[in-house]
Ligand binder design. Sequence first.
Ligand code: SF4
Ligand code: SF4
Length: 418
Amino acid sequence: MAVDKNDLNNLPRLLLPCVRCGQCRSVCPVFLAKGVESDSPRGRMTLVRALLEGKLKPSDLLNEKLQQCLLCRTCVMECPSGVHVDRVIIAAREKLAEKKGIPLKKKVITRWLLPNLNRLAAFMPAAALLEGIVAVRVSGGYYRPRLNLPLVGKRLLPSVGGKRPEFLTSSTGGSFSASSAGRRVVFFTGCMTNMAYPRVAGAVVEVLRRHGVEVVIPKELVCCGLPMLAAGDRESFLRVREENIKVFKKYPGLAIITACASCGSTLKEYYAGGIEGKVYDFTEFLLGEVDFQPPRGVVERKITYHDPCHLRKAQQIKEQPRRLLKSIPGVQYQEVKEPDRCCGFGGTFSLSFPDLSQEIGITKVQALMDTGADTVVTACPGCMLQLADGLYNRQSAAAVMHVAEVLAAAYRAEERQN
Ligand code: SF4
Ligand code: SF4
């Protein structure tokens, strides 16, 4: 997909196929939570059309209506006319940002925090100290804020003081090569994995290395840019995109692996034409690009799986994670009802609208709990945090893991058995 102003310039063309049938309403998690037409995909399309036709002026209310979209693409999958609702929303947000600017809270996140996240790694020990003061440690290694914190409110925080793999500890430039004899790949860890779930990054490297893959993790990579794009801040998005492309060019032709559904979909769609190497989700790579060796170690867990929207709907990857999990001896797999239901995280959506995000998450979390699983597995660190928060709030003891973590546990069990 082109990353210039095409979507903004082509907004009328993108809107054209919408015949206002309303089929999208029945699946939109925001509409299902709020029950208001203007919060449905069709309602948003009508608002954007009115904005373009000059029947509606930019306003805070209009901005809120457009911001209250998770960009989950559930409506896109449902739409018989093939309307790219997510692209319309992103372009409309950009149009509003041109007129009214980016809200300060979003600017702090997209222009300062995320582009500098890797450089902030050096401050992790101080952040861990602070986390221990303002929050209480709860099960699963998470922290519960004692009081409403800026940006996150009382949402569960991942531990920032845990052990970090060697390849994530340096905050300076250079690359870490988890060396092995076979194929070389670049691992795009992404902000959430890097900062909140380094244990997932460790598991990804471990599993890939067991398949003879040499993993290069360039320290200079920055945020994939999705939060900037979603905020309508294309300028910031293009800046980080350019920064990442420069780094990828140092590794011409190498496959790029992600273990974050949102990073993966952004790299696949919005970096097209800028990078030479093919982008793969970790599960897709493992089953499609190497000779996958199912683990022989036993993992006694009753597992259910949550499909990240950016994996199932944006990348059409739904079978691979399930096949990997079912390949593990000892795993009892239980499918969840309505597997394509969004968890309500939506990246910065969860920071801007924490109550709505949690409310949307309740339905998903309840469905996952109804499976009776002791472990909820997913393939996106954002979903992991949202589900951990939702499960904690409903007093569930279920663990939340990434597919890579369960696989790594099985390979370790295999080693112990031998
Ligand atoms: S976006 Fe698609 S499903 Fe929704 S009202 Fe328009 S045409 Fe119908
Ligand atoms: S992308 Fe998701 S939240 Fe946004 S309108 Fe479509 S279904 Fe609703």
